[in-house]
Each structure stands twice: as C-alpha cells, then as structure tokens.
Design a protein around this ligand. Structure first.
Ligand SMILES: [Zn+2]
Length: 96
C-alpha cells in the first residue's frame, strides 16, 4: 500500500528522534489508512457485512483479508453489534 511506503520512508528519516517511536508511527499509519481508504464508513461496512460474516464463518482469515472492515467492526460499536447479530443469524441458518 502506498501510504505504508511513504511512512516507512518517513520513519527512516525520523529514526533517532526519541519523541516519535515506531509504535506511534504504526498507529498513525493505521489511522491514516482508516480514514484514507474511505472503505470504513458505517454505510459501506454495512453494505458488505453479510459477505464479511459469511467469509468469517467459512473460516477465512477476515482479519487479514479485510483489515479495515475488521478494524471498523472493533472500533464502531453500532457496526460491531449489527455484525454480531448477523453472525448469529447466519450461524443459525447454517445449523439448519
Ligand atoms: Zn460503523
């Protein structure tokens, strides 16, 4: 991802500055990606939530495949709850 490359470069340049730690940079990168991608609005998460839930239930590593969605589900209480409800419904329909 382009942002990561830019920040990796920046990180190399900043190395030696004690007030900017690698951990801080990583957090900055993820928060930037979070806002930058535009994939994480509640509407968009909601639009693919069923797909995401199905992937999750079929054993796919959604945390790795869709990190932005995963992050949103964790950070956004509303979407997280919707998602867990959806998971329960899907699990129920699979059991039948
Ligand atoms: Zn949300």
């Amino acid at each position: 991802m382009k942002t990561k490359q830019i920040f990796r470069k920046l990180l190399r340049r900043l190395r030696g500055e004690p007030e900017m730690t690698a951990q801080m940079m990583i957090e900055l990168i993820s928060s930037l990606e979070h806002t930058r991608e535009g994939e994480c609005s509640c509407d968009e998460v909601y639009a693919i939530a069923d797909q995401y839930a199905e992937s999750n239930l079929s054993g796919e590593d959604v945390e790795r495949l869709k990190p932005l969605i995963h992050h949103h589900m964790k950070m956004c209480q509303e979407c997280g709850e919707e998602y867990r409800a959806l998971l329960r419904v899907l699990e129920g329909s699979l059991a039948n």
